[in-house]
Design a protein around this ligand. Sequence first.
Ligand code: SF4
Ligand code: SF4
Ligand code: SF4
Length: 504
Amino acid sequence: MGRTNCSNSNGAPRQSRIRRTNAALRRPGRRRYARWRAVSLSLVYLAFAAHIIHWKLTGSTLAPLELNEVMYTLELGIVTAGFLFMCFLVLGTLIFGRFFCSWACHIMVLQEMCAWLLRKIGIQPKVFRSRLLLYIAPLTAFYMFLWPQIVRAWHERAIPTFHYATDREGWASFATNNFWRNLPGPWIIALTFVVCGFLVVYVLGTRTFCTYVCPYGAIFGLADRFAIGRIHVNHDLCKHCGQCTKACTSAVRVHCETAQFGTVVNPSCLKCLDCVSVCPQEALSYGFSTPALFKSQRAGGRFGLPYDFSLGEDLLAASVFVVVLLTFRGLYGRIPFLLSLAMGLIVGYLAVLTIRTWRRADVSLSTLPLTNLRRFTPAGWAFQAFILLLTAFVFHSAFVRYHEFRGLRDAIALTETKDAMARNALAASASHHLLIADRWGLFANERVERSLARSISGGSSSTPILRLRRIVPSWRPRERCSAIFWFAAATTPRPCRNFRRLLD
Ligand code: SF4
Ligand code: SF4
Ligand code: SF4
């Protein structure tokens, strides 16, 4: 137990020892696993390309191997390729550990690519350590997979029977011609790449998305605790140099954990084998042993080092995270859940950093100094301007989302109400809020437009026409076009004809 003093005063491996082993580290072949991993991760994108080409050529292809398909299976009972893939991965992780994450996940490709590019320009992404934000990933997994089951049980709805389905039933199990069925459009995919790949890595460090955001990572982490496949140390060879810890971008204290337990027990270990590759003594290896279960280094919490934020700062970051998540999720019907989680994490971190720039002498964003001896650097002023713009954007988005929420809520109630007076009141309230959301929104929102048309046509026979006569002339051309479309789609022939006449 505790063969080595795991850290010096600041928690880092001793630098003198690291320097002494540098010569050994330059031995050829020490990066052998990194090269194989790069090949494996590249194959993931080649497989993506092959999947798309197959779909383009034949019009039908294998249903997306998206892990979020699990939600559809649990909700609708349709067994999909994505669901089976997730089961396969969890079973594999239960035995071999989290290999999928570092060897085959496309988000990992992004993060690694970004970290590599940043290192090329001299920026070493740091690992961000927070005690509260660590709960995001498990809570997200709970919300996505368990919460709907609890709601189902609460409402005494029957559990769906697992079955096979085709496109005709709306959601095919295996062969589909709807390749994009649960994928966002190209712009949102590009935004996801920028935010989850580059921004998260630059601002918060490599693998931060995996540590703080990814719900699948939380499930794999839990499964990893039962895995027999682990990183082992040969105590006779280990010189306690700390190079393995330095190489680990998952923030695992490899030299401490192996000294204490003989294996890496931290579920953040993605089995990338970087530590195995860099060990100058070849003391580390992958092999099988008893599961780690819930062993962990007690001192210093999950990271084995002090947290980056005080408790107050952590609370601020968590509060901002919640506000940004609620605001950005589904914004304009476009922002997916995981992307909004990543955005919330970044904005929460930036909120704490902004407070620090006003209170501390030297503050940096990654390697960019924002204050120097309590004075803002040029980058610091640019950062403040950016934060002002960002705050304005968040408040504006929250305003739009608030009216959208109120409007959609009343529009749904409108469809469920028979009483004429109540319908008029709901129609008036829904169209009032939806109009504000539509008028102030920066982008068209199909759901808002559709509900707006339905609400406007949902009151008494004369009210919608009067209201339309008042509002339509001030609409922008795009709004008028989409309103005509949605109005036509949502109304009976008579008001639809009236509406057309009104616009003519
Ligand atoms: S934790 Fe999630 S995002 Fe990270 S590598 Fe694993 S599956 Fe991919
Ligand atoms: S396992 Fe290898 S790299 Fe890690 S402390 Fe021991 S000798 Fe150094
Ligand atoms: S402990 Fe080793 S194998 Fe695990 S993530 Fe860190 S470097 Fe990779």
